[in-house]
Design a protein around this ligand. Structure first.
Ligand code: MG
Length: 259
């Protein structure tokens, strides 16, 4: 749901603010990853994330977002057949074999960054590690296609090609997006598409590219809490997201891990 209609071109100084926000997020994800173990609750992870965002002088993007009800957390934590938008809770404890997707966003000087990673807790079957790896590669392929002169359909096609190669479902109801002074800006960036179609990509555009692949079909639904998105067939889901800036030298990762 974009909150702005026009696609904006960011200035270098604006992209630096988004990079600062992205650096905060990448550092937090490193910490959260180290915290993943059986017994840790997604509420515990949310407390750590919000504290680190505020200690960095940033503001959580997710907390209070939307309505009916406003999102209560600073992270989304989605486990197993939950795809995205899981509400962190001290009652949701991780167990061995869980697949957890953590999505996090923050604001520095009015500029947003948004990213997500999926990890397994303890040992999981090869089919699960392959799903996670393919989703990450889908994100990377989409990012690699986000170059000036390409079109949005080239990004979606690159992502879709990875999903099809592995036989995974692709979530269609939720898509990537422009990002800047709002978390969700135009354009929408679908995780599927036809080469050579859609809006032409230009330097200075910033996108959150975020494939969600399922071990099963494409279809998802929003659960009774009005936030958590789950697969209809109960299959596991993985989600990776990075915020990037399109430059004449290629896509620049704004949410890259340190080093
Ligand atoms: Mg996003």
């Amino acid at each position: 749901m974009p909150t702005t209609r026009a696609v904006t071109i960011k200035r270098a100084s604006e992209i630096e603010s988004m990079r600062a926000a992205g650096r905060v997020l990448a550092g937090i994800l490193e910490v959260l990853r180290a915290e993943l173990r059986p017994g840790v609750s997604t509420g515990d992870l949310d407390v750590i994330a919000e504290r680190m965002i505020r200690e960095a002088g940033a503001v959580p993007s997710f907390k209070g977002y939307g309505s009916n009800p406003p999102f209560p957390g600073s992270i989304c934590a989605s486990i197993n057949d939950e795809v995205v938008h899981g509400i962190p809770s001290h009652k949701r404890r991780l167990a061995d074999g869980d697949v957890v997707s953590i999505d996090i966003g923050c604001i520095v000087d009015g500029w947003h960054a948004d990213c997500a990673r999926t990890w397994a807790v303890g040992p999981v079957p090869a089919t699960v590690t392959e799903l996670i790896d393919a989703t990450r590669r889908g994100m990377e392929a989409g990012i690699a296609a986000a170059v000036p002169g390409n079109r949005l359909g080239d990004v979606g096609h690159a992502i879709e090609t990875i999903a099809h190669a592995g036989g995974y479902g692709i979530v269609r109801l939720f898509v990537g997006h422009g990002i800047g002074q709002s978390m969700h800006e135009a354009p929408q960036v679908p995780n599927y598409g036809r080469q050579g179609t859609g809006m032409r990509i230009e330097a200075g555009m910033c996108f959150a590219i975020e494939p969600m692949f399922n071990l099963g079909g494409d279809d998802v639904f929003v659960a009774g809490d009005n936030w958590t998105v789950r697969t209809v067939d109960g299959g596991l889901s993985a989600h990776f997201e990075n915020t990037i800036a399109v430059t004449d030298e290629g896509p620049r990762l704004l949410t890259a891990e340190p080093g």
